[in-house]
Design a protein around this ligand. Structure first.
Ligand code: ADP
Ligand code: MG
Length: 342
């Protein structure tokens, strides 16, 4: 059974103007998140990502469908049981949402106080958490004395205080510079690997997905248009919008402008071939082109690595009689993915 399960979930809001159309923020989403997943949810602003998080967190009711956490349908629970479910879910935010007037220690202690922990237990747990996020020396500092990355580490420590099984991160690195982003992402990776916390990572940044997610759902207009294994979605996106996201981070795919330059600089037909790991076709492509008597040149390319698995795209300028090139390309396309820029 999935830890978090969404079945045909829709959330709509009343029309913004009287007599207008209701806003369907989340539209018929079905998604299973297994224990141990780092599930990335990507989409442009307005795609419905934050709404999805609020539905998982039971902060808002669904309009239709069902959200289940550990098999318990949220819509069927009484307020007391809902509080119990919420206590098992931690959350971190883009703007950190720390108490500015409290010290780091008091911020992290806050959820434990609310949960009624004894003072000595709170102290021990906070020490443990500050050590885990590397902020022991900042225990008595106030948020405005911290860098963005340090603030988010406090946010993570606070979210983990009551030992939730699920951590929701809504654009948790979007306010950080690239270097700090990587620092926070590697901390989140440790939270998943060392503490076994299941994570839902909402972002509009594809490189966040690439660094830590194991699975990804692509949202567009409230719908999940594509979901699955990160390697699969990155190396073989099925939907046009996913392909567009992927092309922003994947190496080796020439942009239309780059293709125009390639066409201008090189004679012959400009052909991009895509390779995936476990696929022995790379040498075969070169061999087949040579055997067909064609002249070719490697003009663009890149290899990507997702958790140790490679895939790449190579662009060639292929020269020869048009008919021979056609025959050769038709043959190649029987065993590799191939596209030609015209
Ligand atoms: P994202 O996080 O992907 O940017 P949101 O979930 O915030 O997207 O928003 C999805 C859509 O739902 C947007 O069109 C937004 O304006 C609308 N929306 C979100 N929350 C509300 C609300 N409380 N009331 C009305 N419309 C909302
Ligand atoms: Mg959002």
């Amino acid at each position: 059974m999935a830890l978090v399960s969404l079945a045909n979930v829709t959330r709509s809001y009343p029309p913004a103007v009287r007599g207008g159309e209701p806003v369907v923020a989340v539209d018929d989403v079905t998604l299973d998140i297994e224990a141990g997943d780092v599930y990335g949810v990507i989409g442009y602003s307005g795609a419905g990502k934050s709404t999805l998080v609020r539905l998982i967190n039971a902060l808002e009711p669904v309009t239709a469908g069902a959200v289940r956490i550990d098999g318990r349908e949220l819509g069927a629970l009484a307020e007391r049981e809902l509080r119990e479910v919420r206590a098992g879910i931690g959350m971190i935010f883009q703007q950190f949402n720390l108490f500015e007037a409290k010290t780091v220690r008091a911020n992290v202690a806050y959820p434990l106080k609310v949960a009624g922990w004894a003072r000595a237990d709170i102290r021990d747990r906070v020490d443990e958490l500050l050590a885990f996020v590397g902020l022991v020396d900042k225990a008595d500092a106030y948020p405005d004395q911290l860098s963005g990355g340090q603030k988010q580490r406090v946010g993570i420590a606070r979210a983990l205080a009551t030992r939730p099984r699920i951590l929701l991160a809504d654009e948790a690195t979007s306010a950080l510079d690239p270097e700090t982003t990587q620092e926070v992402l590697s901390l989140l990776k440790r939270v998943n690997e060392e503490q076994g916390v299941t994570m839902v990572v909402i972002t509009h940044e594809m490189d966040v997905i690439q660094s830590i997610a194991t699975k990804v759902a692509v949202m567009d207009g409230g719908r999940v248009i594509e979901a699955g294994d990160v390697y699969r979605v990155f190396s073989r996106p099925e939907h046009e919008a996913s392909a567009k996201f992927v092309s922003t981070v994947v190496k080796g795919i020439p942009s239309p402008a780059e293709l125009a330059v390639l066409r201008e600089r090189h004679d012959g037909r400009i052909v991009t071939v895509s390779f995936r790991d476990g696929d022995a076709s790379q040498a075969r492509v070169f061999l087949d082109l040579a055997q067909a008597g064609l002249d070719f040149e490697l003009v663009y390319g890149g290899i990507n690595d997702i958790r140790g698995r490679a895939f790449g795209h190579l662009t060639l300028a292929v020269r020869g009689e048009d008919a021979s090139v056609d025959t050769a390309l038709a043959h190649l396309s029987t065993y590799v993915e191939l596209s030609e820029a015209r």
